[in-house]
Design a protein. Structure first.
Length: 155
């Protein structure tokens, strides 16, 4: 009987492991309501409603990472990048379950954005709160201004 329990547990762990990324910790829908993420440069005249996005968090030997995948209306992957998970200073030290909102900073070569989890649900939102952005330490040549809303110029 013990052998079956160990075998079952082993299969569960192997099923959650993604080679090269680590163990899947959580998955979220990234809500693209009013704008695109700052790190994604959509084609001109693209509508936010034509895209969907998913964020998967992994834990591996090199730490925690966030993978962002954006699909267009046809289901084609138009963005697929992974970066180290970085807690925002407002969430640092209090990002345990049950403390909301919580924020993570997502940085790629193409730009930086802040994800906000507002409740215990599998959804993340793009943060445009100026106070949250102002607290974020700036890298050289990096703007900490929130992204303009739909209809305004994208950086």
């Amino acid at each position: 009987m013990r052998y079956h329990q160990v075998a079952f547990l082993s299969l569960l762990l192997v099923g959650c492991y993604v080679p090269g990324r680590g163990f899947v910790e959580s998955e979220f829908e990234l809500v693209l309501k009013d704008r695109f993420p700052r790190f994604f440069h959509a084609p001109e005249n693209a509508q936010v409603s034509e895209y969907s996005a998913k964020v998967t968090c992994y834990s591996g030997s090199s730490g925690y990472t966030e993978r962002v995948v954006i699909h267009d209306r046809s289901g084609r992957v138009v963005f697929d990048e992974t970066c180290p998970l970085q807690w925002h200073p407002l969430s640092n030290g209090r990002h345990a379950a049950g403390h909301y909102p919580s924020y993570t900073v997502v940085s790629f070569d193409s730009g930086t954005d802040i994800f906000e989890q507002r409740a215990l649900e599998p959804k993340l939102y793009l943060c445009d709160d100026k106070q949250v952005w102002d607290i974020l330490p700036k890298a050289p040549n990096q703007s900490s201004e929130p992204t303009p809303q739909s209809g305004e110029a994208h950086l």
